[in-house]
Write a protein that binds this ligand. Structure first.
Ligand code: BES
Ligand code: MN
Ligand code: ZN
Length: 494
């Protein structure tokens, strides 16, 4: 999507769709009223003849309107004028794009007179996210099946200020799209080493990236992570990404740890065939962490942050880990692997321990597409938040509210610890069927060494096959990138 900021004049190009905002109760105020006069009252007649009231998400399309050069006018509901903010602008602009993306119009011009540069920038980001499409592997798609809108023109009062405000948000957009691409990539392309290579490229943004291979991890004693990857011909990797933006580059960092299972067959505890292809997204936590570090680097966040990605492939094989195997984690604790499909927690156990051991972080937040059980608990719209610390949990909930990446706090009840007690090792890797996301979180907590920690089970939200949010096309969401970026911005910068 090509994004341009133009002066608020009659610059609508002939092929373009022209969108104007309309607010609830007075849908024909301001921009829309002027256009209505040009169009000989067509807008007011259209509004009077239908149910359009300017609600956020509503659109009303007039095709080939008389007296207007544009091919179509799109009156775009923006909700109540008093509550119109960056979020509303993002959603309204994204709805406008969705309404005309396949209309045949090549450009969408949105008139935003009297709107502040910051809010204009949010509208631009909304369209950019809405227009995301993973079409790298489509070679025969007919042009008429592809979205026609390729340019976004924002007609604003102050083009220079809008451009400037958009610059940082464009970086955030890049970061979210970086994460979405990683999640969308199939597992034959994106295996641990390839993931590591893509992360390594982020050094161009000023990030420090190190990659550990199996040999190094073996030396460190990461038996749990390595056990998961041992059935795969692809080598397991641990990526360490550092952003040093604080005044003191040696100050203890914030740490984000991501589950990066590039494909999860379940291993010897093989998953059923139906829907298994969705397990290309089982590295959504690692993608979110990589995306968040991307975002922090482009906006030069004044904080030290480290991201650790545990990258493996979980395969059945003659050399694969078996149910009943006992593995030794880097922490020294042993685990009886009852079910090889409960692999994410094994990867996180070692990644989290390594992170604490090396970096002594202030806080740790891990992100993982960890359990189907959290989807049963919370449905597909909310990710689960588990934490041993109320301040950290509250900060995450606040960041969640302001970024529209919904979290719901879940409990860590002591009495469920017995569900993961083992007869042969220090613990086993699954509990019973009940409370599966909770016992998974309790398992991870055993590898957290007395510091504020939060675990986000993003299995519900990393991938949306049928999205109803205009800024999230079906597929990879990039969930977590914005949330973590905001968490740092609002609570942990110098
Ligand atoms: N990657 C899955 C969890 C998952 C399920 C993510 C659906 C996204 C959508 C995880 O590794 C897994 O297989 N979990 C098992 C745990 C069970 C064996 C205790 C599950 O949820 O069934
Ligand atoms: Mn699994
Ligand atoms: Zn998994």
């Amino acid at each position: 999507m090509k994004i341009e900021f133009v002066a608020n004049s009659e610059e609508a190009d002939k092929a373009s769709a022209l969108a104007v905002l309309a607010f609830e109760k007075s849908p024909l105020a301001d921009a829309a009223a002027a256009l209505d006069r040009t169009a000989g009252g067509a807008l007011s007649r259209a509004i009077a003849s239908g149910r359009f009231v300017g609600g956020l998400g509503q659109t009303l399309e007039l095709i080939a309107p008389f007296g207007v050069e544009a091919s179509r006018i799109l009156v775009t509901g923006a909700g109540k004028q008093e509550t119109f903010d960056g979020r509303a602008a993002e959603l309204a602009a994204a709805h406008a794009y969705q309404a005309v993306k396949s209309s045949g119009a090549e450009a969408l011009l949105i008139r935003l007179p009297g709107v502040s540069p910051e809010i204009v920038a949010r509208a631009a980001l909304g369209v950019r996210l809405a227009a995301y499409r993973f079409d790298r592997y489509r070679t025969t798609e007919k042009p008429e099946k592809k979205p026609s809108v390729k340019r976004l023109l924002l007609a604003v009062d102050d083009t220079k200020a809008a451009k400037k405000a958009y610059k940082t948000l464009d970086g955030l957009g890049d970061a979210i799209i970086f994460a979405r691409d990683l999640v969308s990539e199939p597992a034959n392309i994106l295996y641990p080493e390839e993931f590591a290579r893509r992360v390594k490229k982020l050094t161009s943004l000023g990030l420090e990236v190190e990659i550990l291979g199996e040999k190094e991890m073996k030396k460190l004693g990461m038996g749990a992570l390595l056990g998961v990857g041992q059935g795969s011909v692809r080598e397991s990797q641990l990526a360490v990404i550092q952003w040093k933006g604080a005044k003191d580059p040696d100050a203890p960092p914030l740490a984000f740890v991501g589950k990066g299972v590039c494909f999860d067959t379940g291993g010897i505890s093989l998953k059923p065939a139906d829907g298994m292809e969705e397990m290309i997204t089982d590295m959504g936590g690692a993608a979110a962490v990589a995306g968040a570090l991307y975002a922090l680097a482009v906006r030069k966040a004044k904080a030290n942050v480290v991201g650790i990605l545990g990258l493996v492939e979980n395969m059945p094989d003659a050399n694969a880990q078996r149910p009943g195997d006992v593995v030794k984690t880097m922490s020294g604790q042993t685990v009886e692997v009852i079910n090889t499909d409960a692999e994410g927690r094994l990867v996180l156990a070692d990644a989290i321990w390594y992170c604490q051991d090396r970096f002594k972080p202030r806080i740790i937040v891990d992100l993982a597409t960890l359990t189907g059980a959290i989807i049963v608990s919370l449905g597909k719209d909310l990710a689960g938040l588990f934490s041993n610390n109320d301040d950290l949990a509250d900060n995450l909930l606040k960041a969640s509210k302001s970024t529209d990446e919904p979290l719901w706090r879940m409990p860590l009840p002591e009495q469920y610890e017995k569900a993961i007690e083992s007869n042969v090792a220090d613990m086993k890797n699954i509990g019973s069927r009940w409370g599966g996301s909770i016992t998974a979180a309790l398992f991870i907590q055993r590898f957290v060494n007395k510091l504020p920690w939060a675990h986000l089970d993003i299995a519900p939200t990393a991938w949306k096959p049928a999205s109803t949010i205009p800024t999230i096309p079906n597929g990879a969401t990039g969930f977590g990138v914005r949330l973590l970026d905001r968490l740092v911005a609002d609570h942990y910068e110098d």
